[in-house]
Write a protein of this length. Sequence first.
Lengths: 263, 296
Amino acid sequence: MKPFYFGPEDKALFGIYSAPANGPARRGAVLICYPFGPEYLRSHRALRELSQHLGLEGHHTLRFDYFGCGDSAGDAEDSTVEEWMENLGDAIEELQAASGCDRVSLVGIRLGATLAALRAQADARVERVVLWDPIVNGAAYLQELTEQHRAFMVGRPLPRGWAEEEPPAELLGAPLRAPLREGIAGLDLLALQRRPAPSVLVVSTGPPGGAEALCRHLERLGADVLHERISSHPLWLRHERVDRTLVPLDVVQRITSWLGARP
Amino acid sequence: MNEKALLFGDGKSLVGVVTDPEPSATPLGRGVIILNAGVLHRVGPNRIHVQLARALSREGFVALRFDFSGIGDSRQAGGHEHFVRRAAREVTEAMDFLERSRGLSQFVVVGICAGADHGLQASLDDSRVRGAVLVDGYNRLSLGFGMALHRYRQKLLKPRSWLRFITGRSLTWTALRNLVASRHSIRAVLAPPDSTLPAPEEFVAQIQALAGRGTDLLLVYTGISAAYYNYKRLLRRKVSSAPLRERVRIEHLADSDHLFTLRPNRERLVELVRVWARDRAGRSEAATTAAVRAAH
């Protein structure tokens, strides 16, 4: 495991590259794409476990923080969807260099899945894509997060003179300035014009949230789509305990086994 | 870019990020070790550890945030060492790393919630710790009447609280719903946790020992927490007299929740720690200079 920074000095991104655990790679390279804000914190452990499982099966993996997120440079207030999409391209390049693989697979969770699908449709280096509880519609997602934020804040102490902006300037601790808000609101996976990859695995652990419509759309675009419904605790849908985390091991194992099979 | 990712500790298994002083800052010769808040990885609740590390680097500190074994990105530790002991040992390894790589010999530890408890233990174990910021530390749940009164006294007097209760939006209802959803028995929920925290009298003795040793302490409490109640019950009277008065500063951020969910509260904590750490480092330097002069 190698934690490192990559990219331009003033916009350096934090990543963790893991080589296959048992000698030379037998599989390929997988870029793991984090979600946004509170869901990033809650899914970090699960995605670390996914990386370890993939490593044991012979994959190279890279996890990284988008600009303004996690350990990466910058402030969340300056983040934009466009920049995060560019970050994905830079991360693919880093993973190619570290692994020696020409082509990579992308695994994204929630908003990370959405960004991964959008990036992949325009990137010939991507061979397979896993969309784990993808955000199909950005505007609906923001509405959902806003409701969670309001529910979370009920009864909690507030700074003196605090008046919530409309729409809120941050959701569950994640700053959300207008450019990022507008960027997320404009995301719509049902508007994809090209398939993200020849093979796509869509995993739904909770309410499908538009995943079925997405699968039909991807099939119309010519992708070979497998939709797995794995009943698991959708940890990112609960606002009550942001300080709790868990690993849905069955999902991790299913993704690992799908990526381990020959395309 | 003044941040570096690293692996350190025995077996190079601990993942951290070190933030060196900004080029424009005068190095203060002190390192700040920022510890995991519960199970959240090193960036902290709502990234507050990253903001804090960068603010401290602008002040001239070297800041290191890292994950304890088994948390965040650090590898699970083998063996049977108790987590509390191991965490304190890993804080020492973090200081060893900064001593070797940056030539530092004085440190401040910062921890929120469980991080505060680990910070307290590490401070007791290693005399290189000259300051500790303990946020909502000793958050031991007490089910006594005093605790209940503390939590609800203010709420009972507010019409808004009653309105929330009647309309089902009260946290009391949320807690009850969670209790039902969690499928735990009432007995399991009400039973005192298998706490790794010291007994109250031992906790007080630890704070007194640190102050007596000359370690500066900033104890921060948020909102209506068990930690704040415990402070009022155990420490409030003692901090008004020597030696605690000289070494212990108390801040009650009554307007903040435990996770610093709103940006003004995050900024307030970062500013509080930055200024306190700077002033204490300056005071220490002045004391050292005076001692050297006196010796001559």
